[in-house]
Write a protein that binds this ligand. Structure first.
Ligand SMILES: Cc1cc2nc3c(=O)[nH]c(=O)nc-3n(C[C@H](O)[C@H](O)[C@H](O)COP(=O)(O)OP(=O)(O)OC[C@H]3O[C@@H](n4cnc5c(N)ncnc54)[C@H](O)[C@@H]3O)c2cc1C
Length: 334
């Protein structure tokens, strides 16, 4: 038997999570589907340990703490949350509902779709060395989740963008030595501010170099081989290697759905509806004039999309949810 949802939110980043909460405020039967095995989108993956300062009313909160709170809030009205599923295909049925198919073949049925997919699924650019897999997540990392684990260690950072220099500055005060290995002749992809910040510390920078070999035992790195432009190699003592070579983002098969898309952004109108009726887009996925790429933007766009869905499904319903201070769910709990 088909289990039909009122709304299916695709993407479990900040925008998707908050929208799942608001959808509950509107009593919509809600499902959220996330491609990865954890929630929080780019916050979880790229900056869980960073402090976010530009959310209204929250002077500062660590990325992972924000995600944890968003998750708790999202679960308020017990939506169905599905992880580890990438939605690939969409078919509009003759009755106006949608059938979604994930890359593992699972099917999802829904009356409306809200795309909260950010810039799409993302994969880090991995170090192209055969032995890299032997050290991954033991002493080779593609993201810094727990800076304290590097205390007193020799750390090599491969990369020369903002992410790499940011981590160099962050780790330098607690590490024995931080060395940056960068294939460029100078930092051209990093903000002046990040370069200055890193230069406050005794960080060793090897320009025009790349990592060509790793050695150690049982997953523990001991040395890294680095080759320079003149083909000279040198060994650097290292307890850990952090690789920051950028990421691959992409909407993947969503691009074939037929929605109007510009520069990887899905065009929406004031209702947050895409060019396909019944499909909405919010958060970093949505594009419209004056678009703001901030977490807070998704917190407004999500409810706008949900209210549009509610109106479509029940034209007599109020145009927005009862404010939470007067919402029966919370007042009855108090
Ligand atoms: C380093 C860095 C620092 C930042 N700092 C700040 C800051 O201080 N303040 C601020 O406001 N913003 C900041 N941002 C921006 C902020 O992180 C984004 O605006 C926000 O994460 C967008 O949320 P989202 O939910 O729209 O998308 P995302 O966070 O990108 O989440 C999208 C989710 O959708 C999933 N997904 C994608 N495609 C599919 C699919 N086909 N099927 C299922 N799931 C799918 C992805 O796996 C992902 O989990 C920062 C960004 C970066 C990279």
């Amino acid at each position: 038997m088909i289990d039909l949802y009122d709304v299916t939110i695709i993407g479990g980043g900040p925008a998707g999570l908050y929208t799942a909460f608001y959808s509950g405020m509107r009593s919509l039967k809600t499902k959220l589907i996330e491609a990865r095995n954890d929630l929080g989108g780019v916050v979880t993956h790229f900056y869980p340990e960073k402090t976010i300062y530009d959310l209204g009313g929250i002077p500062g909160i660590k990325g992972e703490a924000l995600v944890s709170q968003l998750q708790t809030q999202a679960e308020t009205f017990q939506p169905r949350i599905v992880k580890n599923q990438t939605i690939a295909r969409m078919e509009k049925q003759t009755d106006g509902t949608f059938k979604l198919t994930s890359t593992n073949g699972d099917l999802h049925y829904t009356r409306r779709i809200i795309l909260a997919v950010g810039s799409g699924t993302f994969e880090v650019n991995k170090l192209q060395l055969e032995e890299a897999a032997d050290y991954e997540e033991t002493s080779l990392f593609y993201a810094v989740r727990h800076p304290q684990q590097f205390t007193g260690k020799n750390v090599v950072i491969s990369g020369g963008g903002n992410g790499a220099l940011d981590w160099a500055a962050e780790l330098a005060p607690i590490c024995k030595q931080v060395t940056v290995v960068y294939r460029g002749e100078k930092f051209t992809h990093a903000l002046e501010h990040n370069i200055e910040r890193m230069n406050q510390y005794a960080v060793q920078v090897n320009f025009a170099c790349e990592v060509t070999g790793l050695s150690g035992e049982n997953g523990q790195l001991r040395r890294i081989t680095v080759r320079d432009a003149a083909d000279q190699t040198q060994q650097i003592e290292a307890d850990a290697l952090i690789v920051n070579h950028g990421f691959q983002f992409g909407l993947g098969e969503l691009e074939q759905w037929g929605m109007a898309i510009e520069n990887n952004g899905i065009l929406v109108d004031q209702r947050m509806e895409t060019s396909i009726k019944g499909i909405f887009a919010i958060g970093n996925a949505a594009l419209y004039p004056q678009k703001l790429y901030l977490i807070a933007a998704g917190f407004v766009e999500g409810p706008t999309a949900v209210n549009s869905v509610k109106h479509d499904l029940d034209p007599d319903a109020p145009s927005q949810a009862m404010v939470s201070t007067h919402h029966h769910f919370f007042t009855e709990k108090a």
